[in-house]
Design a protein around this ligand. Structure first.
Ligand code: NAI
Ligand code: PYR
Ligand code: MG
Length: 371
């Protein structure tokens, strides 16, 4: 198969869909890989490494899109990228469609076969192609939150861990999944007082077993969320209903009653965010303030640590990329129900139920198209 990897164009996005090692996995199996010149240069993955791994270089994204049967990326395609997709071409990347009607319409119109990393599942449960970036973003959330609690960044001037004789900050984590667990690890490590809320008692049970009485676990209800955020210095939003728009757990009214100078890090912003007051921001301008509360809502947080993130992402994505290249999309999806769960849009249809429901499309199951 002809596989293409363009340079990412989202704001401050330096990750790359294929590392030289991933290119080698594909090219050694007889596939041809076209990488846009300079695609990995910002993170020390030079064109020479790609050539040595068996790639060919393309001068621009247009050439990559025109000459490839499968496009491997990181972030959701931007409008100019959607316009370059064609019927039957495979797009393998993050999509986050539920909160993004424009992108969904463009992908439906393109006729392409769009497989979203974030809804691919695993035999043991979980979302293995989302997990590595959630690990990064969860860890970063506490780092970003701690920095923005500083006065010069708009925060109330509180040190996360406190000092002897002065209480630490209270960190509240909404959702105890991958983002939540990694945020928890960092917050506990930095000496904060930590409360985690989840709808899954099993999840809370597991966290309690690992972290013991260094954390407080709380079943998530409107009441417990309100009580927690009103006493928080830093709130991390890491809830997810796979594929669907994030539930708005924290209302505008709750935000207006939060401590002035408190910080919200809404990691779930790529699915629309779990705070009513959130809107997506960029690394160039990561925050805004509502009612005295600093909001950090960067939709591509792992892009800031792009080298670490690129390797972590490729570890998770290359296996399915090889299957798609070896077998073609239809056979690869027939053979693997977990990869099939990643199909969000195909041949002009929305094939993921939560996306169809949230955006008002007719749902067409992947099986219908595979028959
Ligand atoms: N902004 C960014 O750069 C990044 C954003 N993300 C996003 O972070 C979000 C979380 O991802 P993961 O941790 O991997 O998901 P996950 O599925 O591992 O965890 C989500 C947790 O939310 C819980 N949950 C669902 N509804 C809830 C409610 N009403 N109250 C409390 N908890 C609730 C679930 O039980 C689950 O434990 C996703 O939207 C993901 O796309 C992930 C990586 C990077
Ligand atoms: C998951 C996601 O949105 C990211 O890694 O940018
Ligand atoms: Mg988007």
């Amino acid at each position: 198969m002809k596989i293409g990897c363009p340079k990412e164009i989202k704001n401050h996005e330096y990750r790359v869909g294929l590392t030289p090692a991933s290119v080698r996995e594909l090219s050694s199996r007889g596939h041809s890989v076209l990488v846009q010149a300079g695609a990995g240069a910002a993170i020390g993955l030079d064109d020479e490494q790609y050539l040595a791994a068996g790639a060919q270089l393309a001068p621009d994204a247009a050439t990559v899109f025109a000459q490839s049967e499968m496009i491997v990326k990181v972030k959701e395609p931007q409008p100019q990228e959607c316009a370059m997709l064609r019927p039957g071409q495979i797009l393998y990347t993050y999509l986050h469609l539920a909160p993004d009607p424009e992108q969904t319409a463009a992908l439906v119109k393109s006729g392409a076969i769009c497989i979203a990393y974030e809804t691919v599942t695993a035999p043991g449960g979980g979302l293995p192609l989302l997990a590595p970036m959630s690990e990064v973003a969860g860890r970063m959330a506490v780092q970003a939150g701690a920095a923005h609690l500083e006065k010069s960044k708009g925060g109330m001037g509180v040190l996360l861990g406190g000092v002897p004789g002065v209480a630490p900050a209270h960190v509240v984590i909404l959702g105890g999944g991958v983002v939540g667990t990694h945020a928890l690890q960092m917050a506990v490590g930095m000496g904060a007082r930590v409360t985690v809320l989840d709808k899954s008692v099993d999840r809370l049970r597991q966290l309690d077993l690992v972290f013991g009485n260094r954390i407080t676990t709380q079943y998530s209800t409107a009441q417990s969320v309100e009580e927690a955020v009103l006493s928080a210095d830093l709130v991390v939003g890491g809830v997810l209903i796979p594929g669907a728009a994030a539930p708005k757990l924290v209302t505008r009214a709750m935000v207006s009653r939060m401590r002035k100078g408190a910080v919200i890090v809404d990691v779930a912003i790529d699915q629309g965010g779990c705070f009513e007051t959130s809107h997506a921001t960029t690394h160039a301008e990561p925050t805004f303030v509502v009612d005295g509360v600093v909001h950090y809502c960067v939709a591509n947080m792992p892009g800031a640590v792009a080298r670490t993130s690129t390797f972590a992402l490729n570890n998770a994505t290359i296996g399915h990329a090889v299957a798609l290249a070896d077998k073609g999309w239809k056979q690869a999806l027939k053979d693997n129900p977990h990869l099939k769960a990643g199909l969000n849009v195909a041949a002009g249809h929305v094939t993921y139920e939560a996306v169809a429901r949230d955006l008002g499309y007719a749902y067409v199951s992947a099986d219908t198209l595979l028959a």
